[in-house]
Every structure is written in C-alpha cells, then in structure tokens.
Design a protein around this ligand. Structure first.
Ligand SMILES: NC(=O)C1=CN([C@@H]2O[C@H](COP(=O)(O)OP(=O)(O)OC[C@H]3O[C@@H](n4cnc5c(N)ncnc54)[C@H](OP(=O)(O)O)[C@@H]3O)[C@@H](O)[C@H]2O)C=CC1
Ligand SMILES: O=C(O)C1=N[C@H](C(=O)O)C[C@H](O)C1
Length: 272
C-alpha cells in the first residue's frame, strides 16, 4: 500500500545485503519499499520480492529498469558491484534520489564518477555502515596520531568465502584513518599482498592482510606493534543487520541534505 513514508529502492535485491534490507524495510514504520532491482535476465524479475525471498508477498515486483524505479523513490540503497553502482549513481542523481552506497571494491575512476554524480544529488557512501566501525575509524586516527613510526601499523580483516574484493572496504577506511592520523597519504605507505622474499618491513608502511573463509560476517583488527608492546583495536560483526540498519538510517538522514558526498561519520554525527 502506498503511503507518505519515504520510498526506498533496494538494488541487488536477491543479494545477501539486498534481502536483509528488504526484510528490515518491511518491518519499519518510517519508510516503505517502492522498488526492488535486479539485473536484466535475473530469474526474480517480475516476481513479488517477498515471495521470491521465500516469505509473504511484499506487494513489490522485482524489476530491471533502474531509472523508472528511482524516479518513484526518495532513496536508493545500493549494495551491489562497482560497475552497477557507478551506473546507479548517475541515474539516482538524474532522479534526485538520495543514493546510499555500501558497495566496496570501487576503483579510483569509479570514485571520480560518484563524486561527479554528487554534484546533483545526496550520496552517502561508506565501506562500512556500522556504528562500531565508524567509531573505530575515529579511534584509529587518534591512536595513529599519538604514536610515532616506532609503531608498525597493520590492518587485518576476515570475511566469508563469497567476498570478491580485498582488502575490504572497511580495511581501507581504517588504513586511510591511520594514514590521516600520521599525516601521510595512504597511497604512499600502503603495503598490500606480501609474498616471497619481501625484505624487511619498511618503517612507516601500513600493511594489509585478508583472510577469507566460511560465513564470517566481517572482522577487523588495527594493530599498532611497537617496541615491547602491541595495541590492537578490534571490531567484530556477527550479524549483517547492523550494516542494513546504518544504510537505512543514512537514507532517511539524507532526505533534507543539500547535494554532495557524505559518509557515515556525517550521518552518525561523529565528526570531531
Ligand atoms: N558498506 C557496508 O557496510 C557493507 C558493504 N558490503 C558490500 O556490498 C556489496 C554486496 O555485498 P553482498 O550483498 O554480500 O553481495 P551479493 O553478491 O550477495 O549481492 C550483490 C547483489 O547485487 C546484484 N547486482 C550486481 N550487479 C547488478 C546490476 N547491474 N543490477 C542489479 N543488481 C546487480 C547481484 O546480482 P548477481 O548475483 O546477478 O550478480 C547480487 O544480487 C559488496 O561490495 C560488499 O563488500 C557488504 C556488507 C556491508
Ligand atoms: O562483503 C562483505 O560482506 C562486507 N563488506 C564490507 C567491507 O568490504 O568492508 C563491510 C563488511 O565488512 C562486510
């Protein structure tokens, strides 16, 4: 039933995050699901999304035309793939819908395209939508600023065996925060994918390691390893609903904002 509540389109409706978001919107009294998208040819197209998910009818048919769906909505919540997200950013801007981007693995040229779309609409993008990780980002920045290069910084992350990108978006956020705290550019100090005779660790580098296995939702450690002591900042996610909750909060938060690119630090009011 159509009401005055903000209408949300979920892209990648059949995905792990897509299904979580659709369930959460169905349970919410602050928003309504007005669209569920999948790519052309997907076997859910034309089916009621609730029934396709194995539950009760949701009254929304899965469709494959993003612009038509975005034009009817106030927000697009998008956890898909980099190529899809770049396309959706242009279309959501055209429709003037808030675009919440959770997709990770975005290349520099993808980020450039998203930045361009944000001239015309509100975009909230974060590699992790949880309160805990965004607090950890702030903590990481502060600890990195307090410790000198005698402390080696390593970011270690673990995820389920279906994840396609590494390092995770969260690991990169944490690496960026550590670099910012140190007053350096992550690009200059990032050490990814050690293998073989690598030589000794370079002072000042920020290292990344990725573990993939089973159904791990998402685990991140930022290690500050110094002489005689080691400080470990850790976040453990045990339920994907925390990412969906953050994304839907961002979709509502963005409704009265001026066009531009925002992140979850803005949404959660964690700016220091
Ligand atoms: N920021 C955060 O807090 C979080 C971010 N993520 C990120 O979100 C993304 C998705 O994760 P997850 O849900 O686990 O992945 P899934 O693979 O389970 O879901 C992705 C969905 O997007 C669909 N999709 C891809 N391209 C298109 C397209 N062009 N049009 C419509 N649908 C499309 C896929 O369909 P198909 O199968 O047909 O390709 C699939 O249904 C990843 O980048 C992940 O890292 C995940 C959790 C939290
Ligand atoms: O792919 C996932 O699952 C997750 N991706 C995000 C990331 O790349 O950091 C967030 C979360 O850790 C789950």
């Amino acid at each position: 039933m159509m009401t005055d509540l903000p209408g949300i389109v979920v892209t990648g409706a059949s995905g792990r995050m897509g299904q979580m978001l659709i369930r959460m919107i169905g349970d919410s009294d602050k928003m309504q699901l007005t669209g569920a998208l999948e790519r052309p040819g997907h076997d859910w197209i034309g089916r009621d999304v609730g029934e396709a998910m194995g539950g009760a009818a949701a009254g929304v048919l899965v469709e494959d035309d993003p612009l038509e769906a975005f034009a009817r909505a106030q927000a697009v919540v998008d956890f898909t793939s980099p190529a899809a997200t770049v396309e959706f950013a242009g279309l959501a801007a055209q429709a003037r819908a808030v675009h919440v981007i959770g997709t990770t693995g975005l290349a520099p040229e993808d980020l450039e395209a998203i930045k361009h779309a944000a001239h015309h609409a509100v975009i909230v993008r974060a590699g992790n939508m949880s309160l805990g990780v965004n607090l950890l980002v702030q903590l990481t920045k502060r600890v990195a600023a307090a410790l000198d290069e005698e402390f080696d910084i390593e970011v270690v992350e673990a995820h389920h065996n279906r994840k396609v990108d590494a390092p995770s978006g969260t690991a990169l956020m944490l690496g960026e925060a550590a670099a910012e705290g140190r007053g350096v550019s992550l690009e200059d100090v990032s050490d990814r994918g050690r293998d073989g005779i690598t030589g000794a660790r370079k002072k000042g580098d920020i290292g990344f390691s990725a573990i993939r296995g089973g159904d791990v939702v998402g685990e991140h450690d930022v290690i500050f390893a110094g002489p005689g002591e080691r400080l470990v900042l850790r976040h453990l996610a045990s339920d994907r609903s925390l990412f969906a909750r953050g994304a839907l909060r961002a979709a509502l938060w963005g409704q009265d904002k001026t066009p531009g690119e925002y992140d979850m630090i803005d949404v959660l009011g964690l700016n220091d």
